[in-house]
Design a protein around this ligand. Structure first.
Ligand code: FAD
Ligand code: 2HG
Ligand code: ZN
Length: 476
């Protein structure tokens, strides 16, 4: 496949209107690299539609001419899913201009937003209607809900509200052949056959391009209690989570594990981040209880749980925040860990999950493997431990050569992912497959599951034009 002939380019340009089919190298550049700069692709053009109808029409033309199409949202994904290949024969479709909130229905607790809405804008629209949209990620100021839906994003509120998949009522999707599937239902109950929308969630643009979504809203948060606690070890963190849940019902909304090295990296690289405690400790948790009832004693529930844990040595020290400024300082520490890692040098990243109770044993086994086999790296293992999800990352030590360190990636990944399998875990907990983990999916997914995935792909996209080579190897 090569770049299309001028008449076809003109046809695509007519679909999106004047100035909305970018072809100059300087205009294309920002769309051709992922944010970690691991992948560098080429494209013959970037289309910037501003209606769902235009997206569908672009797909109809591309399908008729067998042109590969790469949907791109905020380009904050971790797996190279939004970057075109290096053929120069693919069209990037940026969803950024489809950014309208179409409706907010506070009584029905639902909101309809277009795919290119920033996640932060959806949160704000919910708040303006005295409601709450719970998906929350460090990238929320730049990722789009279309990307969140397509990666089935997780983040820091999953243990209370679920992943993006759990927050969806209906979708509008442009299909490979140019039809628009309009299923923006606001219903909570609808058992009419197969749940087709669920197939697009986490499909990373390989089955259709999401143009809008009907999302669930929740009660506004009126009471919050947040603590940063040094814990004896990861086992103590898991025990503390169980106690907090027991003591507070379903009020635990975040429970993040943070190792000492992450405090060192963020305080070193991110201006304004300070160590919240006086002395250094090996492990910490950042936990938050929230309630929709202003009178709910979240603070008391938190301290009543922390105090005996301190006496028993499960918790070594803790600070409970007194105001919003202190709270955002703690969250800044947590959310800037990826950026601090980046500023510190190269890193090998593994977005894994295991059953929550197995987290301590996994950290022990996998950590020992890293200490034995990667002496040139430093383990930075943190994340959404309340969901059993660890970002089991390894940063290069300052004395290590970047290229030599990255060259270890395949061996390290194999060992970590084999161990994940031993623990009945997942090699992609929340970031997806994209280009990065196509071979990993082939290696670890049950063969029957892979066969069904290929059959679904063929049914939705028989000509293989939708994000070719992402999630599944291209079938040609
Ligand atoms: P993109 O990166 O543009 O695209 C991601 C994939 O979705 C690609 O395959 C693309 O082709 C496809 N796609 C995009 N839009 C559409 C559409 N409308 N229709 C069909 N396919 C589409 N992720 C988490 O899960 N949890 C976290 O806590 C988290 N924290 C992060 C923190 C930082 C600082 C950063 C940089 C990233 C973080 N991420 C996290 C990863 C990332 O933000 C999410 O994966 C996010 O959902 C991607 O959204 P996006 O709009 O940037 O999508
Ligand atoms: C987070 O939880 C993100 O901060 C990014 O999912 C994780 O950079 C990473 O490994
Ligand atoms: Zn994460």
């Amino acid at each position: 496949m090569s770049a299309p002939a001028p008449p076809l380019l003109e046809r695509l340009a007519r679909v999106v209107g004047p100035g909305r089919l970018l072809t100059a190298d300087s205009d294309l550049a920002p769309f051709l690299t992922d944010h970690r700069e691991i992948y560098h692709g080429r494209a013959f053009a970037v289309a910037q539609p501003d209606t769902a109808g235009q997206v569908a029409e672009l797909l109809a033309v591309c399908n008729a001419h067998r042109i590969g199409v790469v949907p791109q949202g905020g380009n904050t994904g971790y797996c190279g899913g939004a970057t075109p290949d290096d053929s120069g024969a693919q069209l990037v479709i940026s969803l950024a201009r489809l950014n309208r909130i179409r409706a907010v229905d506070a009584l029905n607790d639902s909101l309809i937003g277009e795919a290119g809405c920033l996640l932060a804008d959806v949160q704000r629209a919910a708040q303006a209607a005295q409601r709450f949209f719970p998906l929350s990620l460090g990238s929320e100021g730049s990722c789009q809900i279309g990307g969140n839906l397509s990666t089935n994003a997780g983040g820091v509120h999953v243990l209370r509200y679920g992943m993006m998949r759990d927050l969806v009522l209906g979708l509008e999707v442009a299909l490979a052949d140019g039809r628009l599937l309009s299923s923006l239902t606001r219903l909570r109950k609808d058992n009419t056959g197969y749940d087709i929308k669920s197939l697009f969630l986490g499909a990373e643009g390989t089955l259709g391009i999401i143009t809008a979504a009907s999302l669930k809203l929740f009660a506004r948060i009126r009471a919050t209690a947040t603590a940063f606690a040094a814990v004896r070890d990861p086992g103590a963190a898991v025990e503390l989570l169980a106690r907090l849940r027991e003591a507070s019902g379903e009020r635990v909304s975040s429970f993040e594990l943070i190792p000492r090295i992450a405090v060192e990296l963020t305080t070193r690289h991110i201006p304004g981040v300070r160590d919240p405690l006086d002395a250094a400790h090996a492990w910490y948790v950042l936990c938050e209880l929230t309630s929709a009832r202003a009178a709910d004693p979240c603070d008391a529930m938190l301290t009543e749980c922390l105090e005996p844990a301190l006496e028993e040595g499960l918790v070594e020290d803790a600070v409970v925040v007194r105001n919003e400024r202190e709270r955002s300082a703690l969250w800044k520490l947590r959310e800037t860990i990826p950026e601090a890692q980046r500023r510190d040098g190269a890193s090998l990243k593994h977005d894994i999950s295991v059953p929550v109770a197995a987290i301590p044993a996994f950290i022990e086994r996998a950590g020992q493997w890293v200490r034995d086999h990667v002496p040139e790296g430093r383990l930075v293992s943190y994340g959404h431990v309340g969901d059993g999800n660890l970002h089991f990352n390894i940063n290069q030590a300052s004395t290590t050569d970047r290229t030599a360190f990255l060259a270890r990636g395949e061996t390290v990944k194999r060992a970590i992912h084999d161990l994940v399998r031993e623990f009945d875990g997942s090699i992609s907990a929340e970031h997806g497959i994209g280009r990065l983990k196509v071979a990993e999916l082939e290696r670890y997914a049950p063969p029957v599951e892979l066969e069904l995935m290929r059959a679904v792909k063929h049914a939705f996209d028989p000509n293989g034009i939708l994000n070719p080579g992402k999630v599944l190897r291209e079938q040609r």
